[in-house]
Design a protein around this ligand. Structure first.
Ligand code: ADP
Ligand code: MG
Length: 694
């Protein structure tokens, strides 16, 4: 037996069962089985009584007697039922598929143990396809019985817990020949790990709970360690191998803008981040940096200043945003700010007219265009730069890896890359999935911002909410009403939006209302956005198209309709559309009366904190890391033991360990590190290609 041996050759499996297991559980090899970890352990000494049963769906052990067996036929379908009694009560056992043998051999009136999941239906407990043990329990070392993730389908076909336990026991006998150590002695000692062989043994058949803990911790450590090692090696490789254009100077463009045209004083955090970026770009190595900052922390200004440095060094730069509205807005903002310095900036999106496109293409190639703002349209092959020195990606999670990689290829020597987040990324995700990037954090808001006041309101409060909005408008402020339009094609949502619009127009008939949704044509969107941004419209009724990045500082109230239908990061993004000026801003979360527990947590989190870093942590607890990373990266969170929500300490620890090892031995050439290197090369190399961010 080797790790690669197909499971059909394992004693007790055979081709037919192997096929079933593979289809349902995805287990094909001995190795797959070894890493098919129990979901929990049943204490064999723990025997429940029927009267103790409370919870549905719990795997338990009961001791009692079968008193009565009956076959029931309904139409063509037969099932076998049995009455099971213990001293405290009775319940039914049910088999939907069974052999004649089982029917005849069920032990009646004998003391037995049964294992299985209990179902609660009509206040009655029952157990389907229980496992039955007749013999008195043999005392053994391991009183913890592993429970594997299984399914009804498998149980029905005889692949029950007992089956898995037997198979795993057979495999575990071979562990000495199967499992090699992958951590060096010095680590084993300093972390007091079990050997790798003992780890696997104790994961499947733990001697006791302490052994399980130790084994489990080692598995988590291993997963995190080799994952981090991969990123560490990549980052190192990047730093030594990938050349970039050095930007040695800060010249006239930057200086004159900074001294004469900066509309506000930068926050200390912005200054610090700018310095970090500047240090990177000085070097003849490509920058690969992630800029994290909460909504409204002023990432755009950092981006613009970075672009000016590129220009001072004779290079073109571009900034790519995920939506037309946002690209348009960046463009307007940048153009305004740079107006007096005379820098050629242009906008390229999917709706840019052919004639304008032609000019852009020409100017890009002859070098007379210094800065290009745009959407995915920037990625097209026709878009060629003379000398692209810097590419900035706003709201990076909206773009796929391949798209980002396309930007790299836009220059012979790859441009410096700055990716910016929409909202903060949970700490453990930043530490793991982005650990091949250098990270800068803007952890401070511009001065004078008043924290947004967030309130939860229901339908019955609507009159008050509208009155409040009216007061704000009278003070000269503007209001957003946002409706869920999760899938822009959902007709029901669309209807809600239209009704909402009508209602708002009626209720605020003395004011101008703009409307924005995803189905509108780009120039219609533009018009609507301008109508609101210029202050002509006091109210904007919109869908989540305004979620990302939209900046109208005079807007001070954000009313989110059906707020329970939005995710946390979306709510936080939407709220971030207000509170952008010096005025006190408000976010009102309108919901129905009945809320699920999860919605309640989301709403409560929103009303309790404005801190995007905290919100992202709650969000990850609710949704799990896969969703947070975004569809573009989902499917990459395939840790088996490591939990990105709960194991922050382990992740942090392994990150430090990896950093130390690579600092002392970047090529892993020392004798004591060979064991790591060999294992890494064999099992991990090339596995996490997707992580390459740009
Ligand atoms: P985000 O980080 O969410 O992209 P923006 O870059 O859109 O945030 O900035 C939000 C608002 O704050 C903008 O109106 C911007 O002009 C303003 N702003 C940025 N930096 C400062 C600062 N240092 N002082 C005052 N206002 C600032
Ligand atoms: Mg932004």
């Amino acid at each position: 037996m080797t790790l690669d041996t197909s499971i059909e050759y394992i004693k007790g499996i055979g081709p037919e069962k192997a096929k079933l297991i593979k289809n349902v559980l995805g287990i094909a090899t001995v190795e797959d089985f070894l890493t098919f970890y129990p979901i929990r352990y049943l204490d064999k000494n723990k025997v429940y009584t029927i009267s103790q049963l409370q919870e549905n769906n719990l795997d338990i052990q009961l001791k009692g007697k079968i008193t009565h067996v009956q076959e029931i036929q309904t139409g063509k379908i037969k099932r076998l039922t049995a009455k099971f009694n213990d001293e405290t009560g009775a319940m039914d056992l049910v088999w939907f598929q069974y052999s004649k043998w089982l029917k005849e051999q069920l032990p009646i009136n004998r003391e037995i143990f049964i294992f299985g999941k209990v179902n609660l239906f009509n206040k009655q407990f029952s157990m389907a396809h229980p496992e039955i043990e007749i013999e008195e329990k043999k005392e053994s070392d391991n009183r913890l019985r592993p429970i594997y993730p299984s399914s009804e389908k498998l149980t029905k076909r005889g692949l029950n817990q007992k089956f898995f336990q037997t198979i795993l026991r057979n495999i575990c006998k071979e562990i000495p020949a199967l499992i090699e150590e992958n951590l060096p002695d010095y680590m084993m000692k300093s972390f007091k790990f079990l050997s790798r062989q003992k780890t696997y043994l104790n994961i499947h058949f733990p001697k006791n709970l302490d052994y399980f803990e130790t084994a489990n911790n080692r598995l988590k450590f291993e997963e995190s360690f080799f994952f981090q090692l991969g990123f560490g090696l990549k980052k190192l490789h990047h730093k030594t191998q990938s050349f970039g254009n050095p930007f040695p100077i800060v010249g006239d463009y930057f200086t004159s803008f900074y001294n004469d045209h900066l509309p506000f004083e930068l926050t200390n955090a912005q200054k610090r981040v700018l310095k970090e970026i500047r240090q990177d770009m000085k070097k003849p190595i490509q920058m690969n940096r992630l800029l994290q900052g909460d909504v409204g922390s002023g990432k755009t200004m950092v981006a613009l200043l970075t672009m000016l440095i590129a220009l001072d060094n004779g290079f073109q730069s571009c900034i790519m945003a995920p939506t037309e509205i946002l690209a348009q807005q960046h463009y307007n903002g940048i153009k305004d700010l740079l107006n007096e310095i005379g820098i050629n900036v242009r906008l390229l999106t999917g709706s840019t007219k052919a004639s304008a496109r032609k000019i852009i293409h020409e100017e890009l190639e002859n070098g007379s265009l210094s800065m290009l703002v745009g959407t995915h349209a920037l990625l097209e092959d026709k878009v060629k730069f003379k000398n692209l020195g810097l590419a900035i990606i706003d709201e990076q999670h909206r773009f796929g890896v391949a798209q980002r990689a396309k930007l790299w290829a836009k220059n012979k020597i790859p441009p410096h890359i700055l990716v910016m987040t929409a909202t903060p990324i949970p700490r453990t995700l930043a530490m793991s999935f982005y650990s091949d990037l250098d990270v800068s954090v803007i952890d401070e808001m511009p001065v004078g911002r008043k924290p947004i006041i967030t309130a939860h309101r229901r339908e019955k409060d609507r009159v008050f909410v509208y009155n409040f909005c009216r007061d704000e408008i009278r003070k000269g402020r503007q209001i957003y009403f946002v409706y869920p339009l999760i899938e822009e094609s959902e007709t029901l949502d669309y209807k809600n939006l239209m009704e909402g619009l009508e209602h708002v127009m009626q209720s605020f008939s003395d004011y101008n209302v703009a409307m924005l949704h995803g189905k509108m044509k780009p120039d219609e969107k533009d018009t609507a956005m301008n109508y609101f941004a210029s202050g002509q419209a006091q109210i904007m009724v919109a869908t989540t198209v305004i979620e990302v990045g939209v900046n109208v500082p005079n807007a001070s109230v954000m009313v989110i309709e059906s707020a329970e239908r939005f995710g946390l990061s979306q709510l936080h993004q939407l709220r971030g559309r207000v509170g952008r000026g010096a005025e006190q801003s408000y976010c009102i979360l309108m919901t129905s009366d009945k809320l699920s527990a999860e919605s309640r947590t989301r709403i409560k989190t929103m009303t309790e904190t404005n801190d995007g870093f905290k919100i992202s942590e709650v969000d990850m607890q609710l949704r799990g890391p896969g969703d947070i990373l975004g569809t573009q990266q989902s499917g990459v969170v395939d840790f088996k033991r490591l939990d990105l929500v709960k194991d922050a300490a382990i992740i942090k620890n392994t990150k430090n360990v990896v950093e130390k090892i690579l600092e002392a031995d970047p090529l892993l050439s020392r004798a004591e590190n060979q064991v790591i290197k060999n294992y890494y090369l064999k099992y991990y190399k090339g596995k996490n290609k997707w992580s390459k961010i740009s």
